[in-house]
Write a protein that binds this ligand. Structure first.
Ligand SMILES: [Zn+2]
Length: 258
């Protein structure tokens, strides 16, 4: 049985939960996806990363700053990966409803600050709507955190572009976090022509930053978009360290808001 920590809401009894929410108003919801990550990474990669980041952050903060980490939301919005076996997608509407319902439930028990630790770019649009609704309808203080954005400067100095999917960046970070990596299955597939001659596959679009709609098969046959053979857990560790430092510093600040 994995070690039980006092911030793991799913492992607490209702009485322990009640006691925890007397001491904190901060809830962290880890959110990922179940989708193809090329031949070298498992389908649960984003979910795994979200969970690990949430636990690492809560662990670093405890007991000075207490948080409640909810059970992992392991499904996300992944229609663009449905050509690959094992991918399971939610509709945007389902995802929004799910986050809103979880947030409202947490609010009933005393959470006033909701931090969603999101590890899947396909969730971002729906997540921003869900957080908006929680703010407007419940008055909750809401924020979404994505590790590749909060560490964008470190990502760009550590990895060559494209910074995208199942690539050097993502495989390195997953590896550093202890994910199952099939080392011999790593390949390089940097992606086909930019969409409409403008937008390349990247998490950090250059100008003109248009909003294309795409399917992974537009770019890639393997599901990898980038250079997975360059992945290195030591490089990944740099991102993990920077992410944990920055996220914990942020949560320390918001813990002071009443
Ligand atoms: Zn991913």
């Amino acid at each position: 049985m994995p070690e039980v920590k006092p911030y793991m809401l799913g492992k607490l009894t209702w009485e322990e939960s009640q006691a925890l929410f007397k001491e904190t108003d901060i809830a962290i919801i880890p959110v990922g996806s179940q989708e193809q990550h090329g031949p070298a990474l498992p389908l649960d990669n984003d979910a795994f990363q979200a969970q690990e980041f949430a636990y690492l952050v809560a662990d670093r903060l405890w007991p000075k700053i207490k948080t409640a980490v909810t059970p992992l939301i392991s499904y996300g919005v992944s229609p663009h990966h449905m050509s690959f076996s094992g991918t399971i997608t939610l509709r945007h509407e389902t995802f929004i409803d799910l986050i809103v319902d979880v947030g409202k439930s947490l609010a009933k028990h005393g959470a006033k600050k909701i931090i969603v630790m999101n590890s899947h770019g396909g969730n971002t649009a729906a997540l921003s709507i869900a957080l908006r609704k929680l703010y407007d309808e419940e008055g909750l203080w809401c924020v979404g955190i994505e590790w590749w954005k909060i560490t964008a400067d470190v990502v760009k100095e550590t990895f060559e572009p494209p910074h995208f999917h199942a690539d050097e960046m993502e495989t390195s970070v997953a590896w550093a976090l202890g994910q199952r990596v099939l080392e011999d299955k790593r390949i390089d597939e940097p992606g086909r022509e930019p969409i409409l001659g403008f937008t390349k596959a990247t998490m950090f679009p250059p100008q003109p930053n248009i909003m294309p709609v795409w399917d992974t098969t537009d770019f890639s046959d393997s599901g990898i978009i980038g250079y997975a053979t360059r992945a290195d857990p030591e490089k990944g560790e740099k991102i993990v360290v920077a992410a944990i430092d920055r996220i914990t510093a942020f949560i320390k600040r918001i813990s002071l808001i009443s």
